[in-house]
Design a protein around this ligand. Structure first.
Ligand code: P6P
Length: 355
């Protein structure tokens, strides 16, 4: 005979245990260790969570706070118009990590050169790479935006201040993730032990574990691409788009914010594609603080990420703001896009051999 009192206790225990699985506890659980490195990583993730809460707080009131929305009138190193929220969020991460003692440098989409925290250098053995507000065109229309981050160890003294040690492939990332500012604020991260999602409980001011060991489906219905660029793409990408237009089971979803489109694919399967265009043959998305962190996550979730011809995780940037084409998502769907690229390459090789 079931004991209602026991069932109730169990229900309480389950709910409370979950509410007590905070981000910092989860990191230590992941590492099964209280070593210095584990404590560092837990502290770093805690600073990310603090930055996320500060950005979320401003976003949640942005329509009411003077000067929170709109443009600054400046353009950044990317040649993009800078939003007030870009500037605010960029500073939030600097302030959060200045007090961390752990991070010596921050490399951001919004800063031409890395920002050094002298009091943390050289003891600070880590570098934070981040896109403070990804998809900021959505901010003024109250649609989802995100922050993307990666953490790398600093290698060497960086005495010339060029941060040359950052110009390495994605396998040097020790942690990566993103914050999705949507109906709820979610922090999704990996330290190489699977992908886990935390949801901000505003009443607690804590990120609480909501999904553990997320696995992306091998195939999904979603293809996410800006079809407005159709005639700027290589023929191979147009071939792929014609294929999904003509076959059942595909649906287009594109929000204009990479983090939201990635999050949908992580949970539902499918593929996000931002190929090179005539204007930007190398693509629009930046490797070190957009594509590589998301590739780290997607591979941890059982998916793939490529430029279309090379795994994103293997790409070695030649500069901090290197861009790459991006094909990321379910194994089968990434492979399908790549198959059209390979087909066109084969045809071009034949034409070259037999003009
Ligand atoms: P487009 C936002 O500016 C961003 O970097 C990504 O978040 C997004 O996926 C992409 O650019 C959107 O670019 O050219 O489709 O507007």
């Amino acid at each position: 005979m079931a004991d209602p009192a026991h069932d109730l206790e169990f229900t309480h225990k389950y709910a409370l245990d979950r509410d007590c699985t905070t981000l910092s506890r989860h990191v230590l659980q992941q590492l099964h260790s209280f070593s210095t490195d584990a404590q560092d990583l837990s502290a770093l993730m805690n600073r990310i969570a603090l930055a996320a809460k500060l950005v979320a707080r401003r976003l949640n009131r942005s329509g009411l706070v003077e000067d929170a929305l709109g443009f600054t009138g400046r353009t950044n190193v990317q040649g993009e118009e800078v939003k007030r929220m870009d500037v605010y969020a960029n500073q939030v991460f600097i302030s959060a990590f200045e007090q961390s003692g752990l991070v010596c440098r921050l490399a951001s989409e919004e800063m031409e050169n890395p920002y050094y925290i002298p009091e943390n250098c050289p003891i600070g053995r880590y570098t934070l790479l981040y896109d403070p507000i990804d998809g900021s065109s959505n901010v003024d229309i109250n649609l989802n935006v995100g922050s993307i981050f990666a953490i790398r160890r600093q290698e060497g003294e960086d005495l010339d201040g060029t941060a040359a040690d950052l110009l390495q492939n994605g396998h040097q990332q020790i942690a990566a993730g993103y914050v999705l500012y949507g109906p709820t604020t979610m922090l999704v991260y990996s330290i190489g032990q699977g992908v886990h999602a935390f949801t901000l409980d505003p009443s607690l001011g804590e990120f609480i574990l909501s999904s553990e060991n997320i696995q992306v489906p091998a195939h999904g219905p979603v293809y996410s691409v800006n079809e407005g660029n159709f005639w700027q793409w290589d023929d191979s990408i147009r071939d792929y788009i014609r294929y999904v237009h003509r076959h059942e089971g595909y649906t287009a979803r594109y929000s204009g914010a990479l983090v939201g489109d990635f999050h949908r694919i992580l949970f539902q399967g499918g593929v996000f594609v931002y190929p090179g265009t005539v204007k930007n043959p190398e693509g629009k998305l930046r490797l070190l603080y957009e594509s590589a962190p998301l590739a780290f996550l997607m591979e941890q979730a059982g998916g793939r990420a490529s430029t279309g011809t090379q795994d994103i995780m293997d790409v070695i940037p030649d500069r901090i703001h290197t861009r790459t084409p991006l094909v990321i998502g379910s194994q089968d769907d990434v492979a399908l896009v790549e198959s059209f690229i390979q087909e066109r390459t084969r045809e071009q090789d034949v034409m070259l051999k037999h003009p």
